[in-house]
Design a protein around this ligand. Structure first.
Ligand SMILES: Nc1ncnc2c1ncn2[C@@H]1O[C@H](COP(=O)(O)OP(=O)(O)OP(=O)(O)O)[C@@H](O)[C@H]1O
Length: 654
């Protein structure tokens, strides 16, 4: 069970109702019945998203001089075929042949085993949380919360499976479903074995539909394809990073949990290009080496533990718990970003991917996970994609996606070199010439050494060549010569490795809502969203004491002055009591409120109220605007303002 900052149990139903009532987000096409996994953001949701994205840009793009690009979402088939997405970007689904229902296999196994464990707890007399059924939403629910005691050994097996649920492939999930008799939870019907389902939305580009394409599932590929141009833009200087913010699309099998698993979402991704030699050092690692992170590595997960000690990232890299400085640097920077936007640090951990859980391109990967009422949720993946993407695109297109650097010292390389007598070679192999030449070029140094001996001993050699009759060709010493020589290299050429932090903005926004939501006890419990001022959708609420027209000019003046300071504000001049008006805006997370009363009309003083403490100060409008600006820009805290402006106890606005 998760708790709010007051220690009270977190109440998801209240937050969901608030998010809907205040239009943070809402199901798309609702009056047509909606489509699952698609959401629209309302005014506070948009402002919150804009502020999170703005902070992301400042924290990463600006701070690190990253090169931001905005690439198209429509991507031709060939690009995603080369990147591996056409063949491998899939989840496992299984179908109930009787009802036609589709389940995502890993989620089904997870839900059924979890509910059986809950049933076991109940049978042992322990308290169990059961999710409420929502008949209006027609949610498919696992209906297996029966109090059934399990063997201790089975409980342990279930727990071990759940700890590594992301690691199983389709056939393994099929075996688990058989072994543990997992069927359609609603009907008890048999399910077909899991099959792979590609998550990309397919489309065709152009009127004649002759270019097959997809909506991109990540922003990364556009960045990789522009690598050479960006390296040029960066005056060939390494390391550097590109960044991109934009929509991505995934045809999730069973979207669920609101914004957490949707079919269209905003991503913010960084591709940091680093030299693979020299231990992937980061020039600014020293600045963050003392940041402490909760690191859940592979061994800890295998042991079934879910909590870990916090470790300074410097130490984690030193002991190789985290593979290299650049990866470690970004893990720490991700944590600092999360804290900056108002994530609860005690509900953030980094989980290392198990070897078979990693995406097809990744060499090492850590997920930043946030604790919510749905459990730990991956919000940012931080992967070492090695040289995979640049290499495959270069191989496919012939474009040199490499870095070329002059060597300080020329490099002398002893190697086996091959000379062909082109005059004889062409006529002998005719149309097979290209394939034979490519096969010779591809010979390794070891093979070349061996073949040079064969050539010396027998005067001829045989090599394998794809696509020719018999699959082999013979070459004699008139045609080919293999010799060990020294080559001098003045330029170093390498394919950079890529460290990729990849943020799902929607998931982060949902977690922010959960982490900042709490209820103020009073006559009636009132919801509050304690966003940091920089993230809050609206910074200031302006409230005249009543609808008396005497207040209008002052309110209009304050509103205009805030606008010119670039600070968002809202006037609430409705006839509701001041307390009600403030509590409505506590729900929107508005951190500051200014009240204009009869005293204000006389002497231009106003009160300033802080959302979380509900404490107030009173001062001239100039001083209050000054304080608001300092708080919104993060130069001062409310405590600082309280020290320099007189407290006001006059009207009880709550
Ligand atoms: N369906 C989705 N809805 C919302 N956000 C998503 C979705 N899929 C991915 N993301 C976000 O994009 C980030 C990077 O994507 P990545 O490919 O690493 O996710 P993933 O490992 O496929 O996620 P999951 O395992 O939860 O499906 C994730 O950390 C998450 O924040």
């Amino acid at each position: 069970m998760t708790t709010t900052k007051t220690g009270a149990p977190f109440d998801r139903a209240s937050l969901e109702s608030l998010a809907k009532r205040r239009m943070f987000y809402t199901p798309s096409f609702e009056i047509y019945g909606g489509v699952s996994g698609l959401y629209d953001y309302g005014p506070p949701g948009c402002a919150l998203q804009a502020n999170v994205v703005d902070t992301w840009r400042k924290h990463f793009v600006l701070e690190e001089d990253m090169l931001e690009v905005d690439c198209t979402m429509l991507t031709p088939h060939e690009v995603l075929k080369t990147s591996g997405h056409v063949d491998k970007f899939a989840d496992w689904m299984c179908k109930d042949p009787k009802t036609g229902e589709i389940f995502r296999a890993d989620h089904l196994v997870e839900e059924v085993l979890e509910s059986r464990l809950k049933g076991d707890k109940e049978a042992r007399g322990q308290k169990v949380e059961v999710e409420e059924e929502d008949p209006k939403k027609k949610k498919k629910k696992v209906k297996e919360i029966k109090a059934v005691k399990l063997d201790d050994a089975v409980v342990q097996e279930y727990e071990e499976i759940l700890a590594k649920i992301d690691n199983y492939d389709g056939p393994e999930l099929g075996l688990l479903m058989k072994k543990y008799d997992i069927k359609n939870p609603a009907t008890g019907g048999e399910l077909e074995p899991p099959v792979a389902f590609n998550l990309m939305f397919q489309t065709s580009i152009g009127p004649s539909s002759n270019i097959a394409g997809y909506l991109r599932p990540e922003t990364a590929q556009g960045q990789f394809l522009n690598f050479a141009k960006m390296l040029d833009f960066n005056q060939q200087s390494m390391p550097f990073a590109s960044a991109s913010i934009g929509k991505s699309f995934r045809n999730e099998i069973s979207p669920r949990s609101g914004l957490l698993r949707v079919r269209e979402f905003l991503m913010a991704e960084i591709e940091h290009y680093v030299d693979p030699e020299g231990g992937k050092k980061h020039p600014r690692f020293d600045e963050i080496k003392d940041v402490e992170l909760a690191l859940l590595n592979r061994e800890v997960q295998l042991s079934g533990k879910t909590t870990v000690e916090r470790t300074p990232i410097g130490k984690a890299v030193e002991t190789r718990l985290v593979d290299n400085e650049t990866l470690g640097y970004f893990l720490a920077r991700i944590q600092l970003f999360m804290e900056r936007i108002g994530v609860d640090k005690t509900k953030l951990r980094f989980r290392q991917h198990m070897a078979n859980e990693m995406a097809h391109y990744a060499a090492d990967c850590w997920d930043a996970e946030l604790l919510t009422s749905y459990g730990w949720i991956e919000c940012t993946g931080c992967a070492d994609r090695s040289a995979y993407d640049l290499s495959v695109h270069a191989k496919k297109t012939g474009a040199p996606l490499v870095v070329r650097e002059p060597r300080k010292e020329p490099l002398k390389i002893e190697e086996w070199q091959i000379d062909l007598d082109k005059k004889k070679f062409g006529p002998k192999f005719k149309k097979d010439g290209k394939s034979v030449e490519a096969a010779i070029e591809a010979l390794t140094q070891d093979m070349r050494e061996k073949l040079s001996l064969d050539l010396k001993n027998s005067g001829k050699i045989t090599i394998d060549v794809e696509g020719v009759a018999d699959g082999t060709v013979e070459l004699d010493k008139d045609l080919i010569n293999i010799e060990k020589r020294t080559r001098v290299e003045n330029t170093r050429e390498y394919t950079p490795n890529v460290i990729e932090p990849s943020f799902g903005i929607g998931r982060i926004i949902y977690c922010l809502l959960e982490h900042n939501f709490w209820t103020r006890e009073g006559d009636e419990a009132r919801g509050v969203l304690s966003f940091p001022p920089s993230i809050a959708p609206t910074k200031v609420l302006l409230v005249p004491l009543s609808t008396n027209p005497a207040f209008t000019p002052l309110v209009a003046r304050l509103s205009s002055r805030l606008r010119s300071l670039g600070i968002s504000s809202r006037v609430d001049d409705s006839s509701a009591s001041i307390g009600k008006r403030y509590s409505r805006n506590d729900e929107l997370g508005t951190p500051l409120g200014v009240t204009v009363d009869f005293q204000s009309v006389k002497d231009n003083t106003v009160t300033l109220r802080e959302r979380d403490s509900t404490k107030q100060v009173r001062a001239s409008d100039d001083k209050v605007l000054d304080a608001i600006k300092a708080i919104v820009e993060g130069r001062e805290s409310w405590a600082d303002v309280q020290k320099r402006l007189p407290a006001f106890e006059g009207q009880d606005v709550d």
